[in-house]
Each structure stands twice: as structure tokens, then as C-alpha cells.
Design a protein around this ligand. Structure first.
Ligand SMILES: Nc1ncnc2c1ncn2[C@@H]1O[C@H](COP(=O)(O)OP(=O)(O)OP(=O)(O)O)[C@@H](O)[C@H]1O
Ligand SMILES: [Mg+2]
Length: 329
């Protein structure tokens, strides 16, 4: 397993399902590239839905166009002094953190960015202990594209009137991902991280992430822990591993019969048409009759997954050969 691809800090080269937001942010910040003032932005939305990833992606892309991207997480840099010191460090003008007054730092910052094109991200902006730095940035003689991020949609209301008016940010709400979107995001990370994995395991991880507010971080963590478990036995990542991971909810409840799709449903219908109980070979015959698409091998894979999901049960039929009786649970 290549764990780095499941690390929440990893920024993929593309961020599927955020193309719209990325495009909008680019458009609004673009004037900075030609030295003009841009609209300031306030991005908000719940945890783990790609706000930071998009911000980092945006600053990285602007960096390639000769604009300097500064990214500060205000959870770690809470004061005006801390934010400006960190910004100067990223601009390669390091100053000692101690022994400078706020005024001196502001002066130093303003002087050093003269003639530069700056996009400045303040992540977790509501963790700032004072608004001073926001005021300074919004009033800077050199135009700065300011992008603020918070979970709380009302974070801007807590700013003082003067700062709020100088910033006049445009709000961009990041919505929740759907189960399908989560699936495709996690699937891509799984493809990078695992040599082999079961598709159904990713579907379950997506569903669980959805239950947790569409938090991608939750799904990544789940896959990481399941992957470590799989690694112990040298297996490929399976539903069993995801299920075995200590999650608060019981994953088997997450995937109910009504949530199944595609060929799994056809297999289940075949079994139901046989009064809900029949030897596997008969279920396969029925499955083909009702136009199941899979060959026998694929059929067996679907059955195995349905068993793992506890949608159907299986018991060995005594006698010669390996015959199994399948039952709807
Ligand atoms: N559209 C996406 N495509 C690929 N990866 C994504 C996407 N959205 C989120 N992720 C990944 O999910 C993880 C969490 O995303 P991120 O850190 O951006 O969340 P956030 O919205 O900033 O959450 P918080 O409010 O808790 O800070 C990261 O690893 C990120 O790369
Ligand atoms: Mg974040």
C-alpha cells in the first residue's frame, strides 16, 4: 500500500467534482495576474469537502503564472504578528518572530510585496484572534487576492464593520458531495494507493463518508486503516477489511438491499424468483434467464460480495462436491 496517497495532506493533480468552484475562483481572482484588484472571496462549507485542497490547488496554479501564492492556516497562526511573519517567510523575507512590533511587520510586509502579484489564502480564518491582519491585507497598496476559508457560513459576521466593509468578500459555498462523487474520489485514491482492491469496498467507504457529512477525510482514513489490516495478511483490500475497521457505525447496515445497484440486483432477483433459497448453480441459471450479464466467474464474485454485505447467506450442501445453498437474509 502506498499510504501517501491516502494522506489527507496529499493534493491530487486533479480535483474531480470541484471544477466548477475552481473555475469560479480563478475567474474572480484573475485580475491579480494583471496587477489589478480582484474580488475577495469567502469559501465556506462543512469538514472534509475539499476547501483546503481547492485553495492549495488554486495557489499552486497561480504560482505557475508568476503570481505568489501565500497559504496560512490561522489555526496555527492566530495573531496578526504570526500571520505576517509566516507570509514573509513564504515570500523568502524571513524576519525573527520576536522583537518586531506589529507596525514594523506591516511596514515590512507592504514594502516587500511592492510590485508582486499576490494571492493570499487564510484557511480557518475564524481562528484568528484579531481582525487586524485582514484589514491590512484588504487595504494594501499592492492589490492582494484574498481568499478566506471557514466552516461557519457566518464567520464574516464576527468581523468588525470596518474590516468587513474593506473586504466585502463574495461568498462561495462548497456543497456536500453525493455518494457517487465520493465513490469516484475515493476510487481514484484507492487506485493510486492499492495494488488490488474490491470495488465494493470503495462503495461502502463512499457510503460511510456520505453518512459522515460527505467527509472525504473520513473515507480516506477508513481506507488507510482497512489497507493496513489487509497488508497484515497480504490480501487485497476487501469489504471484510473495511467492515473490520473499527467504525462507529456498522458498515453492513450501510448497504441495504434497496441501495444495491446493477448486477448485484439481478443476482438478488434471481434468488428471490427461486423463493429466496436455491443452490448456487440454479441461481446462476436463473440469473442468465433474466438476462444477467456476468459469466459464471463474475456471478460468483457478485455472490461473494452479497454474502459479505450480509444481504444473502450461504451454507454448504452436504454430499459430494462443493455445492452451496444461497438464501435471502
Ligand atoms: N474533489 C476532490 N478530489 C480529490 N480529493 C479530494 C476532493 N475533495 C476533497 N479531497 C480530499 O479530501 C481530503 C479532505 O479535503 P480538505 O482538506 O480540502 O477538506 P476541507 O474542506 O478543507 O475540510 P476542513 O473544513 O475540515 O478543513 C483531502 O485529502 C483532499 O485531498
Ligand atoms: Mg481545510
Amino acid at each position: 500500500m502506498r499510504e501517501e496517497y491516502l494522506d489527507p495532506e496529499y493534493i491530487p493533480d486533479i480535483l474531480p467534482h470541484r471544477e466548477g468552484e475552481i473555475g469560479e475562483i480563478f475567474e474572480l481572482l484573475k485580475p491579480i495576474v494583471s496587477g489589478r484588484r480582484s474580488t475577495n472571496l469567502f469559501v465556506h462549507g462543512s469538514a472534509g469537502i475539499g476547501k483546503t485542497a481547492v485553495a492549495r490547488f488554486v495557489t499552486r496554479s497561480f504560482g505557475e503564472e508568476g503570481t505568489r501564492g501565500i497559504y496560512v492556516n490561522c489555526w496555527y497562526q492566530r495573531t496578526e504578528v504570526a500571520v505576517l511573519t509566516e507570509a514573509l517567510r513564504q515570500l523568502s523575507y524571513p524576519v525573527p518572530r520576536k522583537g518586531r512590533s506589529v507596525d514594523e511587520l506591516v511596514e515590512e510586509f507592504v514594502r516587500n510585496i511592492e510590485g508582486e502579484k499576490i494571492v493570499f489564502v487564510l484557511d480557518e480564518v475564524d481562528a484568528l484572534t484579531d481582525d487586524g491582519v485582514l484589514y491590512v491585507l484588504s487595504r494594501s497598496p499592492t492589490p492582494i487576492g484574498i481568499m478566506m476559508i471557514a466552516n461557519d457560513p457566518y464567520a464574516m459576521r464576527h468581523l468588525d464593520q470596518r474590516t468587513r466593509s474593506s473586504l466585502s468578500p463574495m461568498s462561495i459555498e462548497f456543497g456536500r458531495y453525493s455518494v457517487e462523487e465520493l465513490y469516484s474520489i475515493l476510487k481514484e485514491r484507492a487506485r493510486l494507493a492499492f495494488r488490488e482492491h474490491s470495488d465494493m469496498a470503495i462503495k461502502i467507504a463512499a457510503r460511510l463518508s456520505y453518512k459522515h457529512g460527505s467527509d472525504v477525510r473520513y473515507g480516506l482514513n477508513l481506507l488507510l486503516r482497512a489497507g493496513r489490516l489487509a497488508g497484515k495478511t497480504g490480501d487485497s483490500l476487501s469489504i471484510e477489511h473495511v467492515k473490520a475497521v473499527d467504525v462507529k457505525e456498522d458498515p453492513k447496515k450501510e448497504m441495504r438491499q434497496g441501495d444495491l445497484e446493477g448486477e448485484h440486483v439481478v443476482v438478488l432477483n434471481a434468488l428471490k424468483q427461486l423463493n429466496g433459497s436455491a443452490p448456487s448453480s440454479e441461481v446462476f441459471t436463473k440469473y442468465k434467464e433474466i438476462e444477467g450479464k456476468g459469466a459464471e466467474r463474475t456471478f460468483r464474485k457478485y455472490v461473494k460480495e452479497l454474502i459479505e454485505l450480509q444481504v444473502i447467506g450461504a451454507e454448504d450442501i452436504p454430499g459430494r462436491g462443493k455445492r452451496r445453498l444461497l438464501k435471502v437474509r
